[in-house]
Design a protein around this ligand. Structure first.
Ligand code: ADP
Ligand code: MG
Length: 204
């Protein structure tokens, strides 16, 4: 982030995945991000194409390696043998399965704005694998999938939500999912209490 940008102007991409829509959790999920103080600046429902999903996950050139390594580590942490020792082999399979998962029905893409939006959203969303996502997070509270179960059934982990992992990822992903005219700049009244330096507008 450049020195010119205030942390409250940070934006992040959230996508409610097809299982989140099917489980009627859209309101619950949106409510969590609203309740923490973030501002919704873009939202749409669509059925993504496989090309759109592949491009989305490979916007970050490191995603294939990192995601494979994360999966291997998760197996080893549980004392289990990973399906392969090659991160790229693991991720090739994940990507195929992700395309099937993410194009299976409508998703809701959203851009959220506010202080530390990327980290705050990741914290509330919880870790990738619902089996180990913290209690109190969306993935921890509303779904029960695991790497083991997904890999056994050769499918993607169903974890309700995509959320950008870094500010750079967020900027690239928002541009991938939204045209500039689809995002709205506006003020929301609770920003006064979250960000106003002096709090001098309350007492009459
Ligand atoms: P996150 O969504 O938490 O950023 P990743 O970027 O590592 O997680 O992975 C993207 C998505 O791919 C995950 O949300 C999940 O749906 C799926 N996924 C990741 N690892 C695996 C795996 N080992 N097996 C099946 N699906 C996976
Ligand atoms: Mg990710």
């Amino acid at each position: 982030m450049s020195d010119m940008t205030h942390p409250k102007d940070e934006r992040t991409l959230v996508v409610i995945k097809p299982d989140g829509v099917q489980r009627s959790l859209m309101g619950e999920i949106i409510g969590r991000y609203e309740a923490v103080g973030l501002k919704l600046v873009g939202m749409k429902m669509l059925v993504p194409t496989a090309e759109h999903i592949e491009a989305h996950y490979t916007l970050d050139p490191n995603w294939r390696r990192v995601t494979g390594e994360k999966t291997i580590k998760s197996y080893k942490d549980k004392g289990m043998t990973p399906p392969s020792e090659d991160p790229l082999e693991i991720t090739a399979k994940i990507l195929t399965n992700l395309k099937k998962y993410m194009t299976s029905g409508p998703v809701v893409a959203m851009a959220w704005e506010g202080a530390h939006a990327v980290k705050i959203v990741r914290k509330i969303t919880g870790g990738t694998e619902p089996l180990t996502s913290d209690v109190g997070t969306i993935r921890g509270d509303y779904v029960l999938d695991s790497y083991q179960m997904a890999d056994t059934d050769n499918r993607a982990v169903r974890n309700l939500i995509h959320a950008s992992g870094s500010v750079d990822e967020a900027n690239a992903e928002i541009a991938h999912w939204f045209k500039p005219g689809e995002l709205t700049d506006y003020r929301i009244i609770h920003e006064e209490i979250l960000y106003d330096v002096n709090l001098d507008g309350i007492l009459e």
